[in-house]
Design a binder for this molecule. Structure first.
Ligand code: SF4
Ligand code: SF4
Length: 443
């Protein structure tokens, strides 16, 4: 099968400090969980319980309010100890409920009871997903309720694209989830496709996971919604919406010859973790209770992929991976290449619905913070998938502004508004310029 990709820039990279692709391990259940009342940018859920309240596994404990809000559920049975707030770094404060583990589980260790969803209408399917607090389990974590509103305005036909693209070694948790929960991902994609009025499902799978793609397609063919498989490259940032769409449009164009494909129309792109959660909500009547998380980095003794209850403190996960080797310079939520830095001392922050990776880096891995002069190597221009000149943008937006205290017109033809923040330029710059910040924000 042909492999589709985007036309320019990008890079292949590996990271020996990321956990290897292998079986996941189930993390210990936390004695104390911290369940945040908001797990994405948006409105905080209103707590429905307070200190002393008993809770059951999967019970609604926070009600969504307003736009960009999602219901919050208890992920373990127990008793609410108190409400807490904590610093997440970069000026962000969160609030949550601390639950002490106690009593028996309603779902864990029980035989799965399957509920039929096939006879539900699209509206009923959507409402169930909202009731179970389903959010996108990647990126900032948009609630699906919010997505439904924008999707319904898109012209038909609509194609649900399942993004199984592993262009960053720190996406290994989703890679393993796909392998271990192939049927759930496929069924979830059919359910979501039905809910959002898609006429087909396309599995966009990294060519290195060709076998997985075939398995997903075979599972999906048990349902009536048409489905197909497109192999895409693993060159970063292939999974970005822009680069993924370029690859799929190229497939659509070239597929009109020998193997005609249906018109793709509007693309609704979702990741495998979200689709497995969609399936669990409809088939098991289960909110999001856990997340596959890759835990590693050069300062971690035994990197591994863990299946973790939402609310587990990140310090507990590092401890379960054998603890730290030497001094930790930085802790990152998400990929070290694109994730968010957390406060070094705050190991009490919890795993949330969007936490796919967690890394602790030594000073050697962070490479220090010394910024040198630009050596004009041009590497940033070569890797930019949009065709921008990150060096020129940096000089116009940062150096000129700093020196002359005023803005300089951006160099053409590609301006900073076209930058989508993939970070390729940062990754290759030998002088350690924060080019992505300059390109995105002029800072
Ligand atoms: S972060 Fe922006 S400027 Fe840098 S490579 Fe990506 S798109 Fe280009
Ligand atoms: S990669 Fe860094 S050093 Fe090389 S041209 Fe770009 S900004 Fe200058």
């Amino acid at each position: 099968m042909k492999v589709y990709t985007f036309p320019q820039g990008g890079l292949h990279f590996t990271d020996p400090t990321a956990p290897p692709v292998g079986a996941s391990v189930v993390a210990f259940l936390p004695v104390l969980s911290v369940i945040p009342l908001v797990q994405h940018p948006g409105a905080k859920a209103v707590p429905l319980v307070s200190g002393g309240s008993p809770v059951r596994e999967g019970m609604l404990i926070g009600r969504a309010q307003g736009s960009l809000s999602a219901h919050i559920h208890a992920t373990v049975p127990g008793q609410v100890v108190r409400t807490v707030s904590w610093e997440m770094g970069e000026g962000i404060t969160n609030e949550g409920l601390v639950i002490r583990l106690k009593g028996s589980f309603d779902q864990l260790g029980k035989a799965e009871e399957r509920f039929p969803w096939e006879t539900l209408t699209a509206e009923e399917l959507k409402q169930r997903l909202i009731d179970y607090g389903i959010v996108e389990m990647e990126g900032p974590g948009h609630p699906l309720a919010d997505r439904f509103a924008s999707w319904s305005a898109l012209p038909e036909p609509r194609t649900l694209v399942v993004r199984c693209v592993f262009d960053d070694p720190w996406l290994v948790a989703d890679q393993v989830l796909c392998r271990e929960r192939t049927q759930a991902v496929a069924e979830g994609s059919v359910i979501l496709g039905r809910a959002c009025g898609a006429s087909q499902v396309v599995y966009a799978v990294s060519a290195k996971e060709r076998k997985l793609g075939t398995m997903l397609l075979s599972e999906a063919q048990a349902y009536t919604l048409p489905s197909s498989l497109v192999l895409v490259s693993s060159r970063y940032p292939q999974r970005n919406d822009r680069e993924l769409e370029l690859a799929l449009r190229s497939y659509e164009k070239q597929g009109k010859g020998e193997h005609p494909v249906q018109a793709l129309g509007s693309l609704l792109i979702q990741g495998p973790a979200t689709l497995a959660a969609v399936r669990d909500a409809l088939v098991l009547h289960r909110p999001i209770l856990d997340r596959y998380v890759a835990v590693g980095g050069s300062a971690v003794k035994k990197p591994q992929i863990m299946r973790v209850r939402i609310g587990t403190r990140i310090g507990d996960l590092f401890a379960e991976c054998g603890g730290f080797i030497g001094e930790v310079q930085r802790i990152i939520l998400g990929s070290p290449f694109s994730g968010r830095r957390v406060l070094e001392k705050n190991l009490d922050g919890p795993v949330i619905k969007t936490t796919y990776a967690l890394s602790a880096l030594s000073a050697k891995q962070t490479g220090g913070t010394v910024v040198r002069s630009c050596i004009g190597c041009g590497a940033c221009r070569t890797v930019c998938p949009v065709g921008l000149d990150p060096e020129a943008l940096y000089k116009a937006l940062v150096v000129f502004k700093h020196r002359y205290k005023k803005e300089k017109p951006e160099p053409g033809p590609g301006g900073s508004s076209q930058c989508h923040g993939c970070g390729c330029c940062d990754l290759v710059c030998p002088s350690r310029f924060a080019l992505v910040n300059a390109a995105l924000r002029g800072a």
